[in-house]
Design a protein around this ligand. Structure first.
Ligand code: HEM
Length: 533
């Protein structure tokens, strides 16, 4: 079977080809098969519950085999077409329900949030982050405590104070693109500088700074651990985690990732603590919630915001730029709106945002067209529940299937097409790229604002088109997406031509005049009253 050989290949790649390690690989496979036998004998067989329909599971592995060789988004999409809006399947013995309707996701994850707000166990990803990454932690006192600290720096009133920083950073991005088309480096710097300045007072002045690459590197491993088939099979049999290190190379690997991640977060946390100005690290230290936890855990609270915030902002910016290059008529429409509302004499400002409905629609449509987190982050139930005649047991994994919701042709006709106007024609359309209920993304206001202001300014200033090499247009595959548990557009090339000499002058003048000193900007951000969380 192809998926078995793929899996064994992935496992074999983890070991080098020395005779000793091959012996270990054989021993590991023997223990693996033995574990399957034990699991089959000992684990209680799933009871006949009244569950939503779904594909027939195999003993022990459930439906995992159906997802190893194909993109899970396609497999699940097909399941929803075959079985309806709610689909039950098994991940090993673990029951999961994929929800393909916004309304049902709201009913369960928001209205019944008291029992739908935990997370499944992510053993390896959690090990890679010391068990301190709040995004994958079960609903618990620890999560509540960390969430309080995060909310105090990310609620809408806090985020409104960050406009000065976003203003300055977006002006730098505009000026950078006057002399280069390397927008990827510019948006990496932009996303990284916003979260690192807020987090620790560390501004990324140049695109050559190594922090964005390091953030991508430390993110890649836990994302992979949630999305990669090799790790997923390990997680089906937690007993394998008890194997000694020489038989379980992923443990050493996870420990190395944990060490690097801890070092990265602790180093910056110390800088943030010592800084003379306000920042998230200091806010966390002074909070009641922060005083109850260790320094390492606090470093992870701020570090998790760096990891989640940096990559999300970067991914969405890249996605929107791709949508613009592929749909020049949308850029033309946005520029007509900008020319009408803002005019030629100044950059778009935060005050303009409510008057730019087409750009608002473009952002919504980009996150609908290719949702950055196709399955959100799965939730888990903590009590038995009844819903629409179904019995949903405690411990069920609930997947808010944002991908399936986004491609429902009854709600979004021609779902494969990028059509911002659907949001203008029907302002009641609902979609939630930021998730649901108590676990909804705490960084959504920061993410939205920093993406909106930069995109409005870029479209005001530039024509953004395909890049050319040797006179030939460089094509972009709209569906070239790297899927881990996020769906990230693969980096591509584009060309940025400033729309007029006058606009160039404004970009240069505004950059020259803006305050670039992070200490001064953070002083402006410091809350007038002490709001520590
Ligand atoms: C800009 C686009 C962003 C998108 C599309 C996005 C999307 C999401 C989604 C779908 C979830 C899971 C929600 C759920 O479980 O129902 C999530 C969780 C989270 N996001 Fe975001 N996010 C974005 C920006 C940010 C930013 C800027 C930050 C931080 C500065 C951030 C921090 C987090 C954290 C900490 C969680 C975990 C919440 C929890 O488990 O309690 N995100 N995000």
């Amino acid at each position: 079977m192809a998926y078995t050989s793929n899996l064994l290949q992935e496992m074999a790649d983890m070991w080098s080809a020395s005779p000793e390690s091959l012996l270990n690989l054989h021993l590991f496979i023997a223990i693996f098969i033995f574990s399957i036998f034990i699991a089959y004998t000992l684990v209680p067989k799933p009871k006949n519950l009244n569950l939503p329909a779904g594909p027939k599971p195999l003993p022990i592995i459930g439906n995992v085999h159906q997802m190893l060789n194909q993109r899970p988004i396609q497999v699940m999409h097909k399941w929803h077409q075959d079985y309806g809006t709610m689909v039950s399947f098994r991940y090993g013995q673990q029951l999961a329900i994929s929800v393909g309707s916004f309304d049902i996701a709201q009913d369960l994850l928001a209205k019944r949030g008291a029992i739908y707000s935990s997370r499944p166990e992510f053993i390896i990803a959690s090990g890679m982050t010391s068990g301190f990454n709040s995004a994958i932690m079960p609903y618990s006192r620890r999560w509540q405590n960390q969430h309080r600290i995060m909310s105090s720096v990310l609620d809408s009133s806090a985020v409104n104070r960050y406009r000065g920083l976003e203003d300055m950073e977006s002006k730098q991005t505009l000026v950078e693109l006057l002399s280069t088309d390397d927008f990827e480096a510019s948006i990496r710097r932009y996303a990284g500088s916003i979260v690192m300045t807020l987090g620790y007072g560390i501004r990324l002045e140049g695109t050559d700074n190594e922090i964005p690459a390091k953030l991508l590197e430390i993110n890649a491993h836990p994302f992979d651990a949630i999305g990669n088939s090799y790790y997923r099979v390990m997680e089906l049999f937690p007993i394998l985690d008890k194997l000694p290190g020489f038989l379980a190379p992923w443990k050493q690997f996870a420990a190395d990732v944990e060490r690097q991640t801890t070092e990265f977060h602790m180093k910056h946390f110390e800088i943030g603590k010592a800084a003379s100005t306000w920042n998230w690290a200091q806010n966390a230290l002074h909070s009641n919630a922060g005083s109850r936890i260790s320094s390492k855990e606090l470093a992870y609270v701020i570090g998790t915001l760096q990891q989640a915030g940096f990559e999300a902002i970067l991914t969405v910016l890249r996605l929107i730029i791709k949508a613009i290059v592929l749909h020049p008529h949308c850029l033309a429409e946005a520029q007509r709106e900008l020319d009408r509302v803002v005019g030629p004499d100044r950059l778009p400002s935060f005050e303009d945002i409510p008057h730019l409905p087409y750009i608002n629609a473009m952002l919504n449509e980009a996150m609908r067209w290719q949702p950055p987190t196709p399955f959100g982050i799965p939730h888990a139930t903590t009590e038995d529940d009844e819903y629409m005649g179904y019995h949903i047991p405690s411990g069920t994994v609930i997947i808010p299937n944002i991908w399936v919701m986004s491609f429902n042709p009854e709600i979004f006709p021609d779902p494969d097409e990028f059509k911002p106007e659907r949001w203008i024609q029907n302002p009641e359309l609902e979609h939630s790229p930021f998730g649901f209920g108590r676990r909804i993304c705490p960084g959504r206001h920061l993410g939205w604002n920093s993406i909106f202001i930069l995109m409005a300014r870029l479209m005001w200033a530039y024509n953004i088109t395909h890049a050319y090499k040797d006179g030939k247009r460089i094509e972009i595959d709209p569906w070239a997406i790297k899927l881990t548990f996020t769906a990230a557009t693969v980096p591509f090339m584009a060309s940025f031509q400033v729309r007029s000499p006058k606009k160039q002058e404004i970009i240069e003048r505004d950059w020259e005049n803006v305050c670039k000193d992070p200490a001064q900007i953070l002083e402006q951000i410091r809350p007038k009253e002490e709001v520590w969380g």
